[in-house]
Design a protein around this ligand. Structure first.
Ligand SMILES: *[C@@H]1O[C@H](CO)[C@@H](O)[C@H](O)[C@H]1NC(C)=O
Ligand SMILES: [Zn+2]
Length: 595
């Protein structure tokens, strides 16, 4: 038996290389039949291995299919919503919008508004004191002339001279009014860049495809889009059941303090807290991501604080210097900041997570990643995988987590005098799931140990943190630099019960499905809740409605994206889609008893 076993192993299983070298060379020269058997064994084994591997792959694929099957549930979509009661109005207007007459007129309307340079600047004095506000007068004259039906039908209130509120009173006062907003001002054109524009910045030139000029996209196409829509509805003898209010600020690009802020007081006074069924302002649009088309209305905005760091220490002649001056200490505090950046993480309650779930559900992404998106609702490990992938996109990474940027620094007055004070300003954008207090606490914590190290007292945002056991060599004070801190915006609900979100999404989908673009490519559109990276005028409107959307029904796919830079232009067809969308939105909202 033993011999037989030995023979068996020799013949079949012992690979050549483990045979002892001192064995006679004749041993390795096996007879032909044994060599054949040996090769057959190897081939057999290989086939087995290959088969096993493909089986594993097959099962893995099946398992991925299984685990990503119900991914759609992460990004529920609603049906396209078309007016029923107002169907005739909708049909009449959409036929009108398709005519060349209308399109020529619509282009003229926008072009005329672009030709009035309503620039707003940082740090302007109040209306009445700063002559630069006078630029808005001609725009008001233009609107009155261009939209006679609006001016004879709607009630106009001017707030702080240039803020505009138009009310189109509905017949049913039990319906909460709809608030549609835009801004009249534009970002100034840098005089040094004028010659880099393909068309002059305030020409309003139409080149057959694009309407050119500063504001053509941001946000005069929004403002004029609304005016054109309402003017056309009146011309068609539409009479709203639900009151429609238009509100146009005039300094959105410089913080909204004279415009939207004063408008918000008036709107609160007249209509009351949470009086509006929904607010739609400028914001994110439609873009192609990961092979699919997404409309991403922003339902959240980051908060904001400028932390001022002030260091004080004794002055004196610099010929007898201390080990550290105020400037030196400030420098080490700033190094401390930059060595401790905020870590971007995707919070499960954030709008950005909603966006990513939609990308995961509907984007053309590897199965493995889709599975990670699905599992990330519960698993932190899967969430890290999701972050690793999506943070490759800068615009996604910028949406999550709080951020810091040291933007200002001052200190010292003379080369031979020790600086008594030095200060810097750190600009923070506060994550949607964080707060002003949390960022203040983090800043305090960050400088506290250095304050002790340098023998300095510390006062942070009005609280004495180190100060009871003095005397100290000097002091550190943290404060809200310009008193402009604000919390992240309340998040607009987007759960399956959220009727305003449903109405908006349904309108986006039906408008898109009726577009020429859709009839050409038949690519479906998905609506995903999103996050705004900047702030719009709506930061003053939180008390007016729980349903605030920052959304332009405009494609991001354009040859001239020049918003805030040279060569701003809007595609005429894209601007017509804005008008169609706003028409559908007003008509859908008018007949809905859900919002
Ligand atoms: C801190 O500075 C004060 C004032 O210069 C000095 O009196 C005190 O001894 C210092 N404390 C320490 C621990 O160096
Ligand atoms: Zn804007």
């Amino acid at each position: 038996m033993a011999d037989l076993k030995q023979k068996y192993e020799d013949e079949l299983f012992l690979p050549e290389h483990i045979q002892a070298p001192e064995q006679s060379p004749t041993v390795s020269r096996r007879p032909r039949s044994r060599r054949l058997l040996y090769s057959c064994g190897v081939v057999y084994l290989l086939i087995h291995l290959l088969w096993a591997e493909s089986l594993v792959n097959y099962l893995h694929g099946k398992w991925l299919d299984y685990t990503t099957e119900s991914l759609d549930a992460l990004c529920p979509q609603t049906e396209g919503l078309v007016p029923v009661k107002n169907q005739q109005t909708a049909e009449d207007l959409h036929s009108l919008f398709a005519t060349e007459n209308f399109q020529t007129k619509a282009i003229e309307w926008l072009s005329g508004a672009v030709q009035i340079p309503t620039e707003s600047y940082d740090r302007m004095d109040p209306v009445g004191q700063d002559s630069r506000w006078l630029a808005f007068g001609p725009l008001h004259d233009y609107l009155a002339e261009a939209f006679p039906l609006i001016y004879s039908t709607l009630k106009l209130t001017k707030v702080n001279t240039y803020g505009l509120i138009y009310e189109w009173t509905g017949s049913d006062s039990s319906l909460k009014p709809l608030l549609l907003t835009a801004h009249q001002d534009v970002v100034p054109v840098d005089p040094l860049t004028v010659d880099k524009w393909v068309q002059p910045p305030y020409s309003g030139h139409f080149d057959g495809e694009y309407i050119w000029g500063r504001g053509s996209s941001d946000d005069k196409s929004g403002l004029i889009g609304l005016m054109v829509t309402v003017e056309s509805l009146i011309a068609n003898e539409f009479k709203p059941s639900r009151t429609i209010v238009l509100a146009f600020g005039f300094d959105e690009e410089s913080g909204g303090i004279y415009g939207a802020q004063t408008l918000s007081h008036e709107l609160l006074r007249v209509y009351g807290e949470y009086a509006f069924s929904m607010i739609v302002d400028e914001g994110n649009g439609i873009s192609e991501k990961y092979g699919a088309l997404f409309a991403v209305p922003a339902v959240a905005e980051k908060g904001y604080i400028n932390t001022k760091i002030e260091v004080k220490s004794p002055g004196g002649h610099s010929s007898i210097p201390p080990e550290h001056t105020s400037i030196g200490i400030l420098a080490s505090l700033l190094v401390q900041y930059e060595s401790n950046p905020f870590k971007p993480v995707i919070g499960r309650t954030t709008a950005t997570y909603g966006t990513i779930q939609c990308y995961g559900a509907h984007g053309d992404l590897p199965k493995k990643l889709k599975r990670a998106v699905k599992r990330s609702t519960k698993s932190d490990r899967a969430m890290r995988e999701v972050e690793d992938f999506f943070f490759q996109a800068k615009e996604i990474k910028a949406q999550v987590g709080s951020t810091q940027a040291i933007d200002l620094i001052t200190g010292g007055v003379k080369a031979n005098a020790l600086p008594e004070t030095a200060n810097a300003v750190v600009n923070h954008r506060i994550a949607s799931d964080s707060s002003v207090a949390a960022v203040q606490e983090r800043d305090t914590h960050l400088v506290k140990s250095l304050a002790s190290h340098y023998n300095l007292s510390l006062t942070a945002f009005g609280q004495d943190v180190i100060g009871s056991e003095g005397p100290y060599y000097g002091s550190i004070t943290l404060s809200d630099a310009f008193g402009t801190a604000f919390e992240p915006a309340p998040v607009t609900p987007t759960d399956p019960e959220a009727q305003a979100y449903k109405l908006l999404s349904g309108t986006i989908i039906s408008t898109y499905k009726a577009s020429e673009e859709y009839s050409e490519n038949h690519k479906p559109i998905y609506v995903a809740p999103g996050m705004s990276t900047g702030n719009t005028d709506t930061r003053y409107y939180w008390k007016l409605s729980k349903n605030i959307f920052r959304y332009n029904h405009k494609s991001g796919n354009t040859k001239w994206p020049g918003v805030h830079t040279i060569n701003e232009a809007v595609k005429a067809t894209s601007y017509f889609e804005v008008v169609k969308f706003l028409t559908n939105l007003i008509l859908n909202a008018d007949e809905s008893n859900q919002i």
